[in-house]
Design a protein around this ligand. Structure first.
Ligand code: PEP
Ligand code: MG
Length: 819
């Protein structure tokens, strides 16, 4: 079938129209119909056809199929004299008061008993044969109803008209299609049309016959070409479950979640998967083994299924590439469904529609929520949205409780479905036991702008009615529920008014889960990502306890680590993989701008608190002045742990492709120590200036200032750690409450030291930044740095805008002075 040329490509869906002359055909390949063909093949087939032709152009596979058209339906009715008989039955219903149920049943029976006209049957058989040939001999298909009355809002709703899965053979297809025709006269459909005054004979039905993706023994899920929570438009978010996909949307399962960074997908050899979260996937949907194969049921998954990812890295990348192609093709953010055939292992796209929530939000305006004081953390799940809400719990088990749901309460439920929307409208936040980011509860919450924590597993057990709680989605991709009413702050951020500055203003970032939240800030990159925070946030185990797992003495710790690292043959790999992904997520949020990742700088007392840490950390009286920073990296006590840190950096830069990552060495006491560290790094595969690797050093000890030229020769840049530098210049323990009033970065002793090292660095042509806390807290300190000629300032994200303004003002002031 030849297709007419499309209209100009628009941002929305271009309409395709088949030749008018062909609109009398009994069958039509799906790829030959489009949005303009609703009268010919019904709404569902028209949009499926549209998608198939669009995606085929983008090189994305969609299951093939054909439509048994409206002319085929009309011919069927005519050949069996059904038009008159249906009219008569409907007339009796109206005038002789025959009940709807009786009328519906009667009409459906008439249709089901009808015989296919030979020419229609022949056309269908031919189309089946052609489809089978194209599918390499496979014949199992899904047969779905596609009604023409799209102005009936629920005319094509699941359940309104029938669909048949797993249909095999021409006769079965004809049979299923006839049942689809009959389902145009379900009792519900008849009453609905009557109520709305639609003429029953004007509505027609087409059947769609499409190759099955045998996902029941494969997998399926949903994906978005944008981050659903932050709107970050450079990632693809993929959800995956075993079996059929229905459970994902219904929120009955906690799916796997993968996040892929789109800009690096073009390079074939890179694996830019920045997040892989294993979902519980406790159940899967399969076909019920009954005579009616269209029915499905849920069965428990095996332990192996629960503890394995549904998708391999190669499959994740393939889907992400398709998502990117689909987005490019439609010219907008998209929401897609995919499925994997359990027999062939092939992946398919089965649905693609525009994403409507994040892509409609106004860019450049956002609210930030920060918790000040909070109660005990009682639940953890996935955060939907970014708000924080406090309120009273109401546990709801069924929609019958809608009347009694108090306005503004926090809805707590196992999961939700479309019938729950009226309750959700009255809620101020939602917490569920099950479901991922693409579950019904998550989708509706997002649309309503309500914060939701989904997939907590135990909310309905842990919480009780009338309990006061705080639902927090303001801390990144993890969502939390705290006991009691918390104290939090809300700030409006308008990016429209951010001034440009010559001095770079960068971000200090610690938690990968929160990194994507700040992608809209016009920062010059990340000036400090403290690796020990990432270890604490996502890994929780001491690296040496993984390297020396077999020599661990504490049995309980061994068990805990064994549990955490389940699925990893090599325990070290657990550390490297999680660390690499954590760093990659932070690096992605500002890519391709520079992201300075500082190697670990735990003190011995802090490292000892990591799981398994006690056995490997010496007890020290003065950890601040002790075994920390550079001195650990080449010491036999930690060298093997440092090797893992280096492996993670290497993976992020070389395998994932984030070459914007710069390494920084903290607490480096002497140039000789610097040499040893650089040598050790090189032994671990991180050689300065190989593959463009730059290495910075923190300037946070007086020795760094005094010997600045010597350090400068060994590194590509400095970042002043004003927290430690102040501690060491003034001799004030930065952690001491007793001495707190003496700890002041603005003291002349400190500012002079800083001025000295800025000048020294510039004399030898080395870049110098500052990443301590002071400029985030004191505008006058930021001003001082500008006046002293610093190259970059790195601050906490929530103070970014105010620092940026201060810097702009300071630049104007000192330019005038200098002029
Ligand atoms: C500093 O010392 O100023 C610094 C940024 O590092 P940390 O606070 O991690 O010691
Ligand atoms: Mg420091």
């Amino acid at each position: 079938m030849e297709r007419l040329a499309r209209g100009g490509a628009s941002a929305t869906f271009p309409a395709v129209s088949t030749k008018a002359a062909l609109k009398s055909a009994y069958v039509a390949p799906l790829e030959d119909v489009g949005a303009a063909d609703i009268g010919f093949v019904g709404g569902k087939n028209a949009s499926l056809g549209e998608m198939i032709s669009v995606l085929a152009k983008a090189g994305v596979p969609v299951p093939q199929g054909f439509a048994i058209t409206v002319p085929a339906y009309r011919a069927f009715l005519k050949a069996n004299g059904l038009e008159e008989r249906i009219q008569a039955a409907l007339g009796d219903m109206k005038h002789a008061r025959v009940p709807v149920a009786e009328t519906g049943l009667n009409i459906r029976r008439m249709i089901e008993a009808g015989k296919w006209p030979d020419d229609v049957a022949a056309a269908v058989r031919e189309a089946c044969a052609a489809l089978k040939a194209r599918a390499g001999g496979r014949a199992d298909v899904a047969v779905r109803s596609s009604a023409t009355a799209e102005d009936l809002p629920d005319a094509s709703f699941a359940g309104q008209q029938d669909s048949f899965l797993n249909v095999s053979g021409d006769d079965a297809v004809l049979d299923a299609a006839r049942k689809c025709f009959a389902s145009l006269f379900t009792d519900r459909a008849i009453s609905y049309r009557d109520q709305k005054g639609f003429d029953h004979t004007k509505v027609a039905l087409s059947a769609g016959v499409q190759l099955m993706v045998r996902a029941a023994n494969g997998g399926s899920g949903v994906m978005f070409s944008i981050d659903t929570e932050t709107g970050f438009d450079r990632v693809v978010l993929i959800n995956a479950v075993w079996g059929l996909g229905e459970n994902v949307v219904r929120g009955l399962v906690d799916p796997d979640e993968y996040v892929v960074y789109k800009p690096l997908l073009d390079e074939e050899q890179l694996v830019p998967i920045i997040e892989k979260r294993l979902g519980a996937k406790a159940i899967k949907m399969i076909y019920a083994r009954t005579s009616d194969e269209s029915r499905t049921r849920n069965v428990p998954t095996s332990k192996v299924e629960q503890s394995s990812f549904v998708l391999s890295d190669a499959e994740i990348l393939k889907l992400a590439r398709w998502a990117k192609a689909i987005e490019v093709h439609y010219g907008r953010a998209m929401d897609m469904e995919w499925a994997r055939d359990g027999e062939t292992g092939e992946l398919w796209i089965v649905q693609a529609r525009p994403e409507t929530v994040q892509s409609q939000r106004r860019r450049g305006l956002f609210k930030t929520y920060s918790l000040k004081e909070k109660g005990r953390k009682v639940l953890t799940g996935l955060a939907v949205g970014d708000a924080i809400v406090s309120g009273m719990v109401r546990i709801v088990r069924s929609t019958s409780e809608i009347e009694s749901f108090p306005e503004g309460a926090i809805l707590v439920a196992e999961n939700t479905d479309p019938d729950w929307v009226p309750i959700m409208k009255r809620a101020s936040a939602i917490v569920t036991d099950h479901g991922g980011r693409t579950s019904h509860a998550a989708i509706v919450s997002r649309e309503m702008g309500l914060p939701a924590v989904v997939g907590t597993r135990t909310a309905t057990h842990v919480l009780h009615d009338d309990q006061e709680i705080t639902v927090s989605c303001g801390e990144g991709s993890d969502g939390f529920v705290y006991d009691g009413i918390a104290n939090f702050e809300v700030k409006d951020i308008d990016l429209g008014s951010v001034p440009e500055t010559r001095t770079k203003v960068m971000l200090n970032m610690a938690n990968p889960a929160a990194a994507l939240q700040w992608w809209q800030l016009p920062a010059d990159g990340i000036g400090l990502a403290r690796m020990e925070f990432i270890i604490n946030n996502v890994i929780k185990v001491h690296p040496m306890a993984l390297v020396r797992f077999d020599s661990l003495q504490d049995q309980k710790v061994r068990e805990q680590i064994a549990e955490l690292t389940r699925g990893y043959d090599d325990k070290s790999e657990y550390f490297v993989e999680l660390l690499a992904r954590g760093i990659a997520k932070i690096a992605a949020s500002q890519h391709p701008r520079p992201v300075v990742v500082r190697m670990s700088d735990f003190k011995t007392n802090e490292y000892a608190n990591l799981l398994g840490g006690r056995q490997f950390e010496p007890h020290e009286e003065n950890p601040m002045l002790g075994f920390r920073g550079a001195s650990r990296y080449y010491s036999p006590r930690y060298r093997d742990g440092f090797a893992l840190e280096c492996r993670a950096i290497k993976r992020v830069r070389e395998k994932m492709g984030f070459t914007n990552v710069i390494v920084m060495i903290p607490f480096c006491r002497t140039p000789q120590e610097a040499d040893r560290v650089l040598e050790t790094m090189a032994q671990h595969g991180l050689e300065r200036h190989t593959n463009g690797l730059e290495v910075y050093v923190m300037c946070e000890l007086p020795s760094n200032v005094v010997l600045a030229e010597q350090f400068a020769r060994r590194f590509d840049g400095f970042s002043i750690g004003s927290n430690d530098l102040t501690q060491l210049v003034l001799g004030v323990d930065r952690d001491s409450e007793v001495l707190a009033e003496h700890f002041d970065e603005r003291h002349e002793a400190v500012t002079r030291t800083i001025r000295t090292v800025i000048d020294a660095a510039h004399t030898v042509g080395t870049r110098i930044a500052l990443c301590g806390q002071a400029p985030s807290d004191y505008p006058e300190f930021a001003e001082f740095l500008v006046e002293a000629g610093i190259d970059a300032i790195s601050v906490s994200p929530d103070s970014f805008l105010s620092v940026k303004r201060t810097v702009a003002e300071a630049e104007a002031k000192y330019k005038k002075k200098r002029a």
